[in-house]
Design a protein around this ligand. Structure first.
Ligand SMILES: [Zn+2]
Length: 452
């Protein structure tokens, strides 16, 4: 068996791992690179292997940095199946179509306004590419063996990170590998804690927060405080949020704040993302995959008004009373939140609230680092608004939670590969695992491969 790292090395994006054995190969995750330009440029290059030779793809979850390269893989000749959980299939349909739509729109906008260095600006992939990829998707149940290639066995188990997220175990010949994908957390208000999965020889573990502890404050209290002080000065709270997971978590927290009287019912909240609206509906339909009851799902949906048309979205920018706008994307790399940032970032009354990991090179990371201006659609926008962040809403474990998850393993893997982390985070988690559990760890480099 051979394991090759084609992404998520030295970065949290571009997850792609190729497992090959006896002439057959399976790709675990097929994600886009995001953030720094030198990483994003990799999305435009063909994969360093023959896409047509892959037997199948197995997805851990639907986030674009784990699924967004699928349309390009199909364009390069991949014709196998794409295995994932039912909820991941439903979310991929929404996320990939939205991603293609955004790229087509951005290319058209850049061509109209002439700010692209490329003439003409092109989308990375189109809706037609996405449709071709979606036709290959086959849903499988949690905790049920399937064969992704001749001689291979695979199994998905509950990871808790977002709806549908799975640990992926792949076995072939004498060897097995467990992929954590993105792990969830032990005490999330919506998702259940990650399972342990079956023991395996190797573990490929995410290290997003490998060098950090999450704030121990209840995110409900922090969120209430940030909104209240912004409302008191007559401002708006702009929350760039991932459409999957974070948006639903924010809605549910807004409901809890209003229900407990910590937020006045008169404070209007808007979910300005047709994608997040559709995703919320998938959460309601896949109730067995999370903690919320039917009643709690209804409360989550009632916590904000759902904004549909671009006109309604623009009207929010004319608002002068205190409001909360939750809009995609989570790292402010695109989506409707950009228009709201243009409008609200220059005014110190307002707050920009970051609620998740901000990958290096994104506008979100620049805001978190205290940038006084950010570039949007070719213009520099001054940032005078308060910039706040809540890390404890994160859908990823901190290093203590990761170590606690590992400590439950019935037997130690012979090696742990740490991926999906910036270099300092991956190395820090490596040191902690080696010191506390004495498991050998490796932080692989881009395109490196290993054999047992
Ligand atoms: Zn994820």
């Amino acid at each position: 068996m051979k394991l090759a790292f084609l992404g998520a090395t030295g970065t949290v994006t571009g997850s792609k791992y190729c497992v090959s054995h006896d002439g057959a190969a399976v790709l675990v995750d097929c994600g886009l690179f995001q953030g720094y330009k030198q990483l994003r440029l990799r999305n435009w290059a063909p994969l360093p292997l023959a896409a047509g030779s892959l037997a199948s793809v197995v997805l851990t979850h639907a986030h674009i940095d784990h699924s967004g390269y699928l349309p390009l893989l199909v364009r390069q000749g991949f014709r196998g199946r794409v295995y994932c959980t039912r909820a991941t299939q439903a979310l991929c349909e929404l996320l990939l179509r939205d991603s293609a739509h955004l790229q087509e729109e951005e290319a058209a906008y850049a061509n109209r306004h002439g700010y692209s260095k490329h003439a003409p600006a092109l989308p990375l992939f189109t809706r037609a590419d996405v449709d071709a990829a979606l036709r290959l998707v086959t849903a499988v149940d949690f905790d049920t063996d399937f064969s992704p290639a001749p001689g291979f066995t695979a199994r998905l188990s509950y990871a808790g990170h977002i709806l549908g997220a799975a640990l992926v175990r792949v076995a072939a010949g004498q060897h097995s590998i467990q992929f954590s994908g993105d792990l969830g957390r032990p005490n999330d208000r919506i998702m259940r804690p990650p399972s342990i999965g079956e023991p395996a020889d190797w573990l490929v573990l995410e290290s997003t927060y490998g060098d950090r502890r999450h704030d121990s404050d209840d995110p409900l209290v922090t969120l209430g405080r940030i909104i209240s002080r912004t409302v008191a000065r007559g401002g708006a709270v702009i929350v760039p949020a991932f459409a999957v997971g974070r948006a639903q978590s924010l809605l549910y927290h807004l409901h809890l704040l209003k229900a407990s009287g910590r937020l006045a019912p008169s404070v209007r909240a808007y979910l300005d993302s047709p994608l997040a609206t559709d995703v919320t509906d998938v959460y309601v339909r896949h109730r067995r995959d999370h903690r919320l009851t039917a009643e709690q799902c209804r409360q989550m949906c009632d916590a904000a008004r759902f904004v549909n048309t671009p006109d309604e979205s623009r009207r929010l920018d004319a608002t002068s009373w205190p409001i909360v706008i939750v809009a995609a994307s989570g790292m402010a790399t695109g989506g409707r939140v950009l228009h709201h940032l243009k409008r609200f970032a220059p005014d110190p009354k307002n707050t920009i609230l970051l609620t998740g990991f901000q990958a290096g090179g994104t506008r979100g990371a620049a805001l978190a680092a205290g940038a006084r201006e950010i570039k949007i659609h070719g213009d520099y926008v001054p940032v005078r608004a308060e910039v706040a962040s809540i890390e404890n809403l994160s859908a990823h474990p901190d290093y203590v939670e990761s170590l606690e998850w590992l400590a439950q393993f019935p037997r130690a893997p012979s090696r742990v590969f740490l991926t999906h982390g910036e270099p300092s985070a991956a190395d820090s988690l490596r040191r902690r695992i080696e010191e506390t559990l004495h498991w050998p760890c490796t932080v692989p480099d881009y395109l490196e491969s290993y054999e047992p």
